[in-house]
Design a protein around this ligand. Structure first.
Ligand SMILES: [Cu+2]
Length: 314
């Protein structure tokens, strides 16, 4: 580094060095170390990356079960992977140019003084004006396109399910079937399997589903990592996710917004089953007396309906 500071005398440790004197000996040890670190880093990353499976690569290191899980996940994965490929290409060009410059314009044995000073290489200037514009425009349209198919998906649901967050569990209202499940808080003591006695949300596969999200008290967040989607649940507001489960299976969900003391226990399971099994489940709920809806009458606070009145005011 010292070589880049022309004519400046700096104190390095105990020795005084006058940098950039024409015949200054080159310090080799730094370069040797850089090489060793480079080789070690290369080996380590090769070993690490070789340990990754094909499935992990395909989903861009998202949860492998997310592939084809819902009608949205493949769009998210395509945007994610496409962005990484574009950015790694930019990286390769940038690192390549840097490496080229470092090697081609390195200081040679008989060099004296400063190198020839040049500026304004037209092709290079044009490249790094045009490439970023193409990238920004490309990312913009890819993002809008993905949002249209996911977040702004408004396919009417054949089945409507209302998920209500509450400190610290979940209520599931199967609106179309007029049945409900009232969730209880999980007691995590460090020994249980995650989600083993957690509330379970049933969803039918290959059916257009509308999930309505509400909160009874504070801000929660509905998150099923495998669905690659997370949505805040804000008191007084209803959020919606329109999607279709393309694959039957079991998933884990959790609240993703720090919502109080037992936030960590606000977990749930998701079971995606066939439409017949789903109907059978909701019939069973009704047979057990869970007919109807656990509605807003159970909400804990009034404040968001009248934000200018404090709780307890008459
Ligand atoms: Cu929460």
């Amino acid at each position: 580094m010292a070589g880049f500071l022309p004519g400046i005398t700096v104190r390095l440790g105990f020795e005084r060095l006058h940098v950039d004197s024409p015949n200054q000996p080159v310090r080799k040890s730094g370069a040797r170390w850089a090489k060793r670190v480079g080789v070690l880093g290369g080996l380590a990353s090769t070993v690490l990356l070789a340990g990754c499976t094909k499935e992990q690569w395909e989903v861009g290191f998202f949860p492998p079960e997310s592939k084809g899980a819902t009608s949205h996940t493949d769009h998210y994965i395509a945007l994610w992977n496409g962005s990484w490929i574009a950015l790694l290409a930019v990286g390769a060009i940038t690192w390549g140019l840097m490496l080229f410059c470092i090697i081609a314009f390195r200081r040679r044995k008989n060099d004296r003084g400063l190198p020839v000073q040049v500026q304004y290489n037209m092709p290079v200037e044009i490249m790094y004006t045009v490439l970023p514009i193409i990238l920004v425009v490309g990312f913009f349209f890819a993002t809008v396109n993905t949002l249209d198919k996911t977040v702004y998906d408004d396919t009417p649901g054949e089945v409507k399910v209302e998920v209500v967050g509450k400190q610290w569990a979940w209520d599931f209202n199967y609106l179309t079937e007029n049945a409900y499940y009232g969730g209880k808080q999980v007691n995590l003591d460090g020994t249980e399997q995650p989600g083993i006695d957690a509330p379970t949300l049933y969803l039918p596969s290959n059916t257009d589903v509308e999930i309505e999200l509400r909160s009874r008290d504070v801000i929660h967040s509905f998150w099923v990592p495998a669905f690659l989607e997370k949505r805040d649940m804000i008191p007084g507001r209803t959020e919606k996710i329109h999607l279709r489960m393309d694959k039957e299976g079991e998933y884990l969900g959790k609240c993703a917004e720090l919502c109080g003391e037992f936030h960590a226990e606000m977990i749930f399971n998701v079971k995606v089953v066939s439409l017949d099994e789903y109907k059978a489940y909701t019939e069973k709920l009704k047979a057990e007396g869970n007919e109807g809806r656990l509605g807003p009458e159970l909400d804990r606070t009034e404040w968001y309906k009248n934000p200018y009145t404090k709780e307890g005011d008459k």
